[in-house]
Ligand binder design. Structure first.
Ligand code: CA
Length: 264
């Protein structure tokens, strides 16, 4: 199921002028954990599924779609999703059952945590919400909901279990505001595409760590990417040029045979 990758270049994050002095120091946290970047949308109403996927993708996440519970479980078995937006009412395997099996059968894929689950439900009874949370959902949203609320819940889940308490990440001279989707280097605003932003976000969440091309593909790109493509190399190289333009020519190192590393 492809939600389409067309128009990537036109999907830029909303840009805001950097505002000086709006970040109190205690809002700045060291990037010690990892954030959620790859999302699986499980929803059998395909129009809704694609609309959600598109909205979430615009917010900078890599997004895949599953239209059935079975499809969702197959996808979760092979890809390390960070968050699963899981519709409760599915035609084959019920959302609660998917959630139960996810927690029962989770395999550690590349050493990352099991996905956080945001349950999407038309059922608004206390019983259903309790059942969802008991079966391992981390949060739930009752339909109908507005996209901005879903995105806010995703950001909250992304921060949970990592030591982030705010959306500001700082590594060296780079300061990223993940909620406002801005990056500043020495007071200068970096103009990044959605993918470049997502890539830098992942680097900044794992500073000093050597990140393989495979791991970057897993967390920054969705399943529609050809694993043999050179897109990682190309995106890293574009990002480097933009960092170089603001005075950081050596921010991202190539570790031959292993991957890339953001210098702390
Ligand atoms: Ca449904």
């Amino acid at each position: 199921m492809s939600a389409g990758r067309a128009g990537e270049a036109s999907r830029r994050p909303g840009r805001h002028r950097p505002l000086r002095g709006v970040y109190p120091d205690d809002d700045t946290v060291a990037p010690t954990g990892r954030d959620a970047l790859r999302v699986l949308v499980v929803e059998d109403e395909s129009d809704l599924a694609l609309a959600l996927a598109e909205g979430i993708r615009r917010d900078g996440y890599a997004v895949d779609v599953a239209l059935t519970g079975r499809d969702a479980m197959e996808k979760m078995a092979v890809a390390p999703y960070d968050i699963v937006c899981l519709d409760l009412n599915l035609p084959d395997v019920d959302g609660l059952e998917v959630c139960r099996r996810l927690h029962a059968g989770h395999r550690q894929i590349d050493g990352t945590d099991q996905p956080r689950v945001l349950m999407l439900t038309a059922r608004d009874s206390l019983e259903d919400r309790v059942a969802g949370l008991d079966d391992g959902a981390d949060d739930y949203l009752v339909k109908p909901f507005a996209l901005p609320e879903l995105l806010a819940r995703l950001r909250a889940l992304a921060r949970r279990r990592s030591r982030h308490t705010g959306a500001i990440i700082q590594v060296g001279e780079m300061r990223m505001d993940a909620a406002r989707r801005t990056v500043y280097v020495g007071g200068r605003d970096l103009d990044l595409t959605t993918r470049e932003f997502a890539l830098l976000h992942y680097f900044m969440l794992n500073p000093g760590e050597v990140l393989s091309t495979e791991r970057l593909l897993d967390h920054v790109w969705d399943e529609n990417i050809d694993p043999f493509t050179n897109t990682v190399r190309v995106t890293v190289s574009k990002l480097r040029r933009k960092l170089e333009a603001v005075g950081l020519p050596h921010a991202i190192e190539t570790i031959v045979g292993s991957g890339y590393r953001l210098v702390e």
